[in-house]
Design a protein around this ligand. Structure first.
Ligand SMILES: [Zn+2]
Length: 252
C-alpha cells in the first residue's frame, strides 16, 4: 500500500493503473481525461539549474539518522516531542503545516531556537497531485513565508502530504530551491510499539524516520515510544540530526 502511494505520488500513474508494479488498479479516480503532458511542469528559466532531489533515505559514513515530525505544530504534542528530543540531545526536522504554524507561532520559534529544522508541509495539508500549479505554488510559498518569518531561516525542504508529489509539485519545489524528503521508516500512532521494534531492528545509518505531532496519529503511547526509539538508538551510538545535515553528510 505504501509503495503504491509512493508510486502514485511520483506520478507513475497512467489511466488508472500503476506501471510495472503488479499491484493492481488504483481505487482512486484516474486522471484519464488529462493528456499525457497535462501535468508536465516547465521551468521558467533556461540558463540555471532547475532540479529537486527526492530522498527516502541516505547512506552516510557516520552513524546518523533523521527523525521527521509531521503535521504540527500543535500546542498539545509539539512541546512533548521537543521534550523527548531535549532529553536525548537529539535534533529533528519538523515538517509543519503552514496554517498550523501561523496559529502556534511560539512553538515553531521554540523548535527552531533549539536547533531543529523546520520544513514545508504545505499550507493546508493538501494532496499536491490534486491541484494545479497556481494552488501548489501558493500553498508552498505561503508556508515558506510563514516559516521564514517565525524562524528567521528560510526552509530548504518540502515533504509533500501523503508522500504524494508529481511534476507540478516538483517544479514548484525546484523553483523554491527545495529538495524533497520522503521517509524510510514510519512510527504510527496505532502501532507505535511494534513500529519502534521494527525500526530498532531495521534502521541503519541514513534512515529517515517519520512520526507525527499533529493530525490523528499522535497519542501518549506514540510519545513514550518515540522516547524509547531515540533513547535506544542514541545508546547504540546513533546521532539524530536534521534532514538537511543528513543529506549533506559524506556518503559511505
Ligand atoms: Zn502530513
Amino acid at each position: 500500500m505504501e509503495r503504491r502511494i509512493f508510486l502514485a505520488g511520483l506520478g507513475l500513474v497512467t489511466a488508472g493503473t500503476v506501471v510495472g508494479t503488479g499491484v493492481g488498479t488504483l481505487t482512486e479516480p484516474a486522471m484519464a481525461s488529462e493528456s499525457p503532458t497535462a501535468r508536465t511542469a516547465r521551468p521558467g528559466g533556461h540558463t540555471t539549474a532547475f532540479q529537486a532531489t527526492v530522498s527516502f533515505r541516505t547512506s552516510p559514513s557516520d552513524k546518523l539518522v533523521a527523525l521527521t515530525i509531521d503535521d504540527g505544530p500543535t500546542p498539545e504534542w509539539t512541546p512533548q516531542v521537543l521534550a523527548v528530543l531535549r532529553r536525548h540531545q537529539a535534533l529533528a526536522t519538523f515538517f509543519v503545516v503552514g496554517k498550523r504554524a501561523a496559529a502556534s507561532p511560539a512553538v515553531v520559534a521554540l523548535a527552531a531556537a533549539a536547533g531543529h529544522e523546520i520544513g514545508n508541509h504545505t499550507w493546508g495539508h493538501s494532496d499536491l497531485t490534486r491541484h494545479d500549479e497556481t494552488y501548489v505554488r501558493d500553498s508552498l510559498e505561503r508556508t515558506h513565508a510563514t516559516i521564514s518569518k517565525l524562524t528567521g531561516q528560510p526552509p530548504v525542504l518540502c515533504r509533500p502530504p501523503y508522500g504524494r508529489i508529481d511534476s507540478v509539485g516538483l517544479g514548484v519545489c525546484a523553483s523554491l530551491g527545495y529538495d524533497v524528503a520522503l521517509w524510510s521508516d514510519h512510527l504510527t500512532g496505532s502501532n507505535a510499539k511494534g513500529d519502534v521494534d521494527i525500526t530498532l531492528r531495521e534502521a541503519s545509518p541514513g534512515s529517515i524516520v517519520l512520526a507525527h505531532d499533529g493530525g490523528s496519529e499522535p497519542n501518549a503511547t506514540l510519545m513514550a515510544q518515540l522516547d524509547r526509539l531515540v533513547g535506544s538508538m542514541t545508546d547504540s551510538g546513533y546521532t539524530f540530526t536534521t534532514v538537511s545535515r543528513l543529506l549533506a553528510a559524506p556518503a559511505r
